[in-house]
Design a protein around this ligand. Structure first.
Ligand code: TYD
Length: 208
């Protein structure tokens, strides 16, 4: 039995958390054998690495260290959690996956192809069957985040607009390269409209 890996990507403020909740509720209602996870994180060790990555105190973290920590967290996550779940025929929904490293580290930090090579090692070639990309230009995303009361900005969110513009360009490049795997959804639409479009993709993939 083969499972499915579905990743959800989007820039900060694209409504990713809300849509993840909608996806989970929908798949549960369909009685799908589901594993919900996230990156960086998903296992105890990967969550510990997440703590290092997002801690706003580590302003000295170099781009390469950052890339390797995301990849290390992913390697553990895949071997310990994702592959066993897929082998058991489950549907795995992950909040971010390797595309985030391409967008943030290869494009945002300017590390380029090195990120693809490192992630090839980390993933052993494990790729999502479907990636939902919630597309929102960074100026709009940052505005939405700022409007959220009580939100404490993490190390990545504290980056300047220029960084987020590069990340956004990274996602656009990925879309061009893999249009069959990555489904772009205009995240400036209403929550309901965005989810109708996501649901169509889920239905198609899972045969509902
Ligand atoms: P998180 O709080 O999960 O942010 P979001 O709600 O935007 O998903 O923090 C994850 C941060 O890490 C986010 O800013 C994107 C970044 N990131 C990378 O830079 N590279 C990666 O490979 C991954 C998985 C995330």
């Amino acid at each position: 039995m083969k499972g499915y890996l579905i990743s959800v990507e989007g820039s900060d403020g694209s409504g990713k958390s809300t849509q993840l909740q909608n996806i989970i509720a929908y798949l549960e209602q369909k009685n799908v054998d589901l594993v919900v996870t996230r990156e960086p994180g998903g296992t105890a060790l990967s969550e510990a690495i997440r703590g290092l990555l997002l801690d706003a105190r580590y302003t000295e973290m170099t781009a390469k260290t950052e890339m390797l920590l995301y990849a290390a967290s992913r390697a553990q996550h895949i071997e310990q959690k994702i592959i066993p779940a897929l082998e058991a025929g489950k549907v795995v929904v992950t909040d971010r996956f390797t595309d985030s490293s391409i967008a943030y580290q290869a494009y945002g930090r300017g590390l380029g192809d090195m990120v693809t090579d490192v992630n090839e090692i980390a993933t052993g070639g494990c790729k999502p069957d479907l990636t939902i990309f919630l597309d929102l230009p960074p100026e709009q995303g940052i505005l939405r985040k700022k409007q959220e009361q009580l939100h404490i900005m993490d190390r990545l969110e504290l980056e300047k607009l220029a960084f987020h513009e590069k990340v956004y360009a990274g996602y656009q490049a990925l879309l061009q390269k893999e249009p069959n795997r990555i489904c772009r959804i205009d995240a400036s639409q209403s929550i309901e409209t965005v989810f109708v479009q996501i649901r169509k993709q889920l239905d198609f993939l899972l045969g509902f």
